[in-house]
Design a protein around this ligand. Structure first.
Ligand code: IPE
Ligand code: MG
Length: 226
């Protein structure tokens, strides 16, 4: 989800925080659209490890927005049968955010229609580093051998261990990079970039992205099937 700040400045001459507030509205729209069309997993890059380096006022505003949004949306998530998850170093979030997040996850834990995961204080390099530390500890303790380390084992130590690899990755705002997101998991993911800023990304834009995805031929390194 990229382009909240530019959307606010360029379109409205308003503060970046105004952009983030409107970004939340897009999250609601896209989550509901995904639930409706039968998407099973939606993972949103909401706050990266690197975002901690933004001015304190913006970080605080984003954290407050997170708390108020979860509080406001839990009821609707339950109505739409959406289960909330988080990946990332969530213990580094301000206590109130962390608690609100745990509450939101627990209040929605029985929902099965759509698994909505927020990547918060997340970066792939952080995640892979964590996984390597856990695996190294197990080897050192003798509970696994070096030769037991395979792709499956690595998968099982990632924050996304209970999720399938993404089929489609969408980045808004015209930037053509991945920015430390799900690097291991997107090995064969189809990538889709749109110039639209995140607050302008609507249902139709989601359908368009999916339409493009459906035209792709996914070979996973193999040959075209006949
Ligand atoms: C939203 O867009 C992404 C978040 C970190 C919440 P940005 O805040 O990156 O907006 P731009 O890219 O500066 O326009
Ligand atoms: Mg940005």
């Amino acid at each position: 989800m990229d382009g909240n700040g530019r959307w606010a400045k360029e379109r409205w001459g308003r503060s970046r925080i105004f952009g983030h507030k409107n970004g939340v509205a897009a999250v609601r729209t896209i989550t509901e659209a995904c639930a409706e069309i039968g998407v099973k997993y939606l993972t949103l890059y909401a706050f990266s490890t690197e975002n901690w380096g933004r001015p304190a006022a913006e970080v605080t505003a984003l954290m407050n927005l997170l708390v108020s949004t979860i509080r406001k949306e839990v009821k609707q998530l339950n109505e739409n049968k959406v289960r909330l998850h988080a990946i990332g170093d969530i213990e580094s979030l301000p206590k109130q955010c962390y608690n609100e997040l745990l509450e939101g996850m627990s209040a929605t834990q029985h929902n099965q229609r759509l698994q909505l995961t927020l990547a918060l204080s997340y970066s792939s390099r952080w995640e892979i580093t964590q996984a390597m530390q856990q695996i190294a500890e197990k080897v050192a303790a003798g509970s696994i051998q070096t030769s037991d380390i395979d792709e499956q084992l690595i998968n099982n130590h990632l924050a996304t261990k209970d999720m399938p690899d993404p089929e489609l990755l969408i980045r808004t705002s015209g930037e053509l990079r991945i920015s430390n997101y799900l690097l291991w998991q997107i090995a064969y993911t189809e990538l889709y970039f749109t110039k639209k800023f995140w607050p302008d990304f609507k249902e139709e834009d989601l359908y368009e992205a999916i339409y493009h995805y459906q035209q792709r031929e996914r070979r996973f390194g193999k040959l075209k099937s006949v």
